[in-house]
Design a protein around this ligand. Sequence first.
Ligand SMILES: [Zn+2]
Length: 125
Amino acid sequence: MSRIRRREPSAFLERHAQRFRELKQDLDQIDYFCKGTVLKRMMKCGKAHCACASDPTKRHGPYFELTYKVNGKTVNVKLSPEAAPLYRAASLQYRKLKVLLSRLEKLSQTILHHQAKLAHSRHPN
Ligand SMILES: [Zn+2]
């Protein structure tokens, strides 16, 4: 820390470093997360004489599934009605996490770029 303080002060760097620390604290707020989207489906059972065959409002369900992609392939995982809200919340956490990570990355790039310029101006060669 003292090593950094002795360098020429940079309001720009300090402001960005502060923002980086704040965003890192937001990471602490992230709860269990999972990739994907929870879908709610009403299904036909396939029996010709069942009401669901002709009336869309008489379809069975709801059935829940978690859908996500692995190497470009869609994966569907069946969820119980009890599990669905857990996974729905977790998928929202995942989206929050991705937004946070991309902000942290952009901020890191800005800071690193600036630090590199400073380091070079101190030791030009
Ligand atoms: Zn049916």
